[in-house]
Design a protein. Sequence first.
Length: 576
Amino acid sequence: MSNQYHNLAQEAFKQDWTNISLINTNNDWSSVASIIGYRGDNLNSSNNTDPQTIISDGTNTPLSINANQNNPNIFSGSGITEFELSNPVVALNTSNLTDSPFLLLHLNTLDTNKISVSYTLKNLDQSVAQTTESVALQYRIGNSGDFINVPTAFVTDTTITSDININAILPRAAENQSEVQVRIISTSTTPIGIDDIHVSAKVPEYRIGDFGWDTENIITDGSIINPTQGVLGFSSGFLGSSNTPLADKTVGAILNIQGDGKSKNNSVVLGEEPALDIIDNRAQIELTWGGSRLANEVGDDLVIYENGNTNFYEGYAVAVRRVSDGEFTSFLYQFSDSFDDSAVNGINDDAGVFATGFDLSDFGLSFGEQIDAIRIVNLIEADKVSGADGQGFVDLTGITGYTPLSEVGGSAFTRFNLDPDITMVAGLHNLQKPTTKIHDIQGSDTTFNSDFGGVRTIEGIIVNNPLGSNQLDGFYVQEENADFDDDPHTSERIFVYNPSEFFFGNIGDKVRVTGTVGESHTIRDINGDTTQIKDLSSVIVLNDNYVPVATDIPLPYYNSELPLESSLDETDSFWM
């Protein structure tokens, strides 16, 4: 049971150690679903070093679990230990022999994407002075070979007194795999608890060219920027064997470009004028999500499909428009990631789509930064790129740089494969609406402002711990001080309902939350029901910030001018 691969397409994986009957015998993990703990003997030459440097296998070392312990302050063992505290937990700590203990999770990620791994780190031993302690998250495909670090989850020091909540997205390579092993490894000499392990994944509507996405994230609007000799269309055959379910969402259909006498399921051909037998014309289109935004998250953020034949990739470059300044980036050319023969008409006919994923970080965007449009332009023979490998930012003047290549180690493009057939563009995670201020949602009444209902996106600071002991199944977010309004009757704070542990974060995190506005009938303040954001579709940590300034209020106190609902007020020892 412990080495059975948990199917994330069926349900999320959870382990919080509250069922203490799972571990009763030392070094026996047989009753624990999909987790095994190893001692990690001799994987590391010394303690308290960076666990990210330890990537070798380790599953040939002995199993480790010290069962049924109850006091981390006096326990002298090492490896992995179960502490049956009021909140039970499993902890990692090293010795001269067990220098790199780790928990190994076994996951089946077939038919899923956006794999989210979260857990809580707890510093259990407060009896001695702490040294720097590090915990790393790693993964690998299959059950052998080296592990790969997930840098966003690395913690260099867990000696602070409060819990640390980790939330990371695994790279796209871990998606759609029958066997993925995830490792939490530590080199700490004092016990570090690993609690509330939660792994979830999204089951996309479509998986084409090894990219998964949903219909709601396909581009919806577009225009031709500079047609030169004209932008053409032709019938793409996209998902033809499945009765063309996305016929009206292809780029040709969105731009209303006819292809083979049809108005739907069309590709758009850039840079070709067949009447003149000219292919080196520059053509450019702009595509949007109808006012919605796509945020820069971990890994690829959007995918573009280009119709073609096996081994005949056609060159194009992409620019994206930042929401922050309304400016487009430079154009970027990248090699295709995969070819999907089954996506056009049927299999084994040499016709399909090339799928190219784009990471917004490669355009120079910071994590969480948003775009609202893209532009696609065909390459011409004179173009140069910034990378010596044949890809990179494009010099459209053709003056400086390197010749674009069709693939890694491939050949230069000819005039006959510089007329790309753009078929479909989709975001790889949920789109976001423009952000709404919390005080606009809250309004000045006892219920939320109906003008700001429905699905909304907010930004603000977490002001209480989502995994705290309040048992509210959620957390509070407050506007940054600079975004407060001048109305004393509105609240700058709102409750985010998170019963399924969709998100783990920390006090002081700046987050962008997308969900549906509603009233809670179970979480009530002195004015009645509490306004909340529920049915979460996206939560992104933008950066570590600070807890907004609280208002000092002596008790007892009442003031009808004070926006009591969800407001952050500080008394001698109360949060309201």
